[in-house]
Design a protein around this ligand. Structure first.
Ligand code: SF4
Ligand code: SF4
Length: 391
């Protein structure tokens, strides 16, 4: 290989070459190329273009860079690949190099430019969600209870902005599960910047969030359900996309955090406290990409749903590792809105063909996508909040 013009891709040379010389075995797994019917946005096409740009075979410009953003970061190709090639991660690195070289699409650059203003509005929205939660659960005059408290909760921007009732449900359910007041983290994990390609901005956002979480970590005292301070959750993350960013991508930019506890694990650890609370005839579970392939949680949400429904949830044709994407990840709704909507429509068409009913997910982005298309969709968080018994 000649000198790499996209240096972040250098460690991925073997993965890139495997894709370039592959007969596109994962082709049918990619929601983007399936919807667009375009070879240049198959995993093979996107990896090949990144490889050619890195080698200097094509110009580094917005036209040749654009396929790197034609990815919902769903990991479906990796699940089909004999080499388990991590296309999502390589394309995310390609975005960072292309962004630095001024070859990012305008929509991705806009995400970067607007991030600070959105971070400020997020802070205000989180405070408002937390106040409403406190009023509802602790009554008027409730103390701004948890400044400097021991339990931090990162709900996620998607829930806070587009489904604030889920954000409130999350705070209520976590406080009930752990028997302690929770403080909602005011910062964004930076995932929009990561997917936009603004790696420096992402690292800055990660440091801001880490500083806030570390500053609010109080003295370790056992919370309800914990045997000792050591196994007490200090930091709970609700949105699986944020959790994956913290667990995988923060290490790549050298940012340390206390190990987060996933909301789904917390609820799964308290199954005996969940009442049967949903009487709907049909409820089908959508495996969110970040929770399933991203964090390997397939059994936990199903066990929670079984407890709440009193029976197993209904399933799609392809489930678990081979579940299909909702089209809501990887900034696709911003960079390729029509493709993102068409991917969601495919998912919903299957749901309706199978008999419809309540569609349950556990991901702010897919929840929003499904609701935008008029589907009756709920997040696992809200079902847990309605089902949980105080310990
Ligand atoms: S991810 Fe694997 S299956 Fe898909 S093109 Fe690359 S090498 Fe082939
Ligand atoms: S991660 Fe998903 S969207 Fe991206 S290339 Fe692979 S299958 Fe396609």
């Amino acid at each position: 290989m000649r000198e790499f013009r996209l240096p972040l891709l250098e460690p991925s040379q073997a993965q890139l070459e495997k894709c370039v010389y592959c007969p596109k075995l994962c082709r049918a797994a990619c929601p983007v190329s399936e919807v667009e019917a375009n070879e240049s946005v198959t995993p093979w096409g996107k990896m090949s273009m990144a490889y050619f740009a890195a080698r200097g075979d094509v110009p580094i410009d917005a036209h040749h860079g654009e396929p790197a953003w034609a990815c919902s970061n769903c990991y479906a190709c990796t699940a089909r690949c004999n080499h388990r090639n991590n296309v999502s991660s390589v394309l995310t690195d390609a975005r960072a190099d292309l962004f630095t070289r001024g070859a990012a699409p305008e929509a991705a650059q806009a995400v970067s430019r607007q991030f600070q203003a959105r971070a400020e509005s997020l802070r205000q929205l989180v405070e408002s969600v937390e106040s409403e939660h406190r009023r509802a659960h602790h009554g008027h005059g409730a103390r701004a209870s948890t400044e400097g408290g021991a339990l931090s909760v990162l709900v996620g921007c998607g829930y806070t902005r587009h489904a604030p009732e889920v954000a409130r449900d999350a705070l209520g359910a976590i406080e009930t599960l752990l028997g302690a007041p929770a403080r909602a983290v005011r910062a964004c994990c930076g995932q929009p910047l990561l997917y936009a390609g603004d790696r420096r901005g992402f690292a800055d956002a990660a440091r801001v969030l880490a500083a806030e979480v570390n500053a609010s970590a109080g003295p370790a005292e056992p919370l309800r359900g914990s045997r000792s301070p050591k196994d007490t959750p200090r930091f709970v993350v609700v949105d699986p996309g944020c959790a994956r960013t913290l667990l995988v991508d923060y290490a790549r930019v050298g940012v340390d955090l206390p190990a987060p506890t996933l909301f789904v694990d917390l609820a799964h650890g308290a199954l005996e406290r969940l009442d049967q609370s949903v009487s709907t005839l049909r409820a089908r579970y959508h495996d969110p990409c970040q929770l399933g392939r991203g964090l390997n949680r397939y059994d936990e949400p199903r066990a929670i749903l079984k407890q709440i429904l009193g029976r197993q949830p209904e399933e799609f044709g392809y489930t678990r590792e081979h579940a299909e994407c909702s089209g809501a990840g990887g900034l696709l709704p911003v960079t390729r809105p029509a493709t993102s909507a068409a991917i969601a429509d495919r998912r919903l068409e299957e749901h309706r063909t199978l008999g419809g009913g309540l569609l349950v997910t556990h991901c702010a982005q897919s929840l929003r996508r499904f609701r935008q298309s008029g589907e009756q969709a709920e997040d696992l968080v809200s079902l847990v909040a309605a089902a949980i018994r105080p310990g």
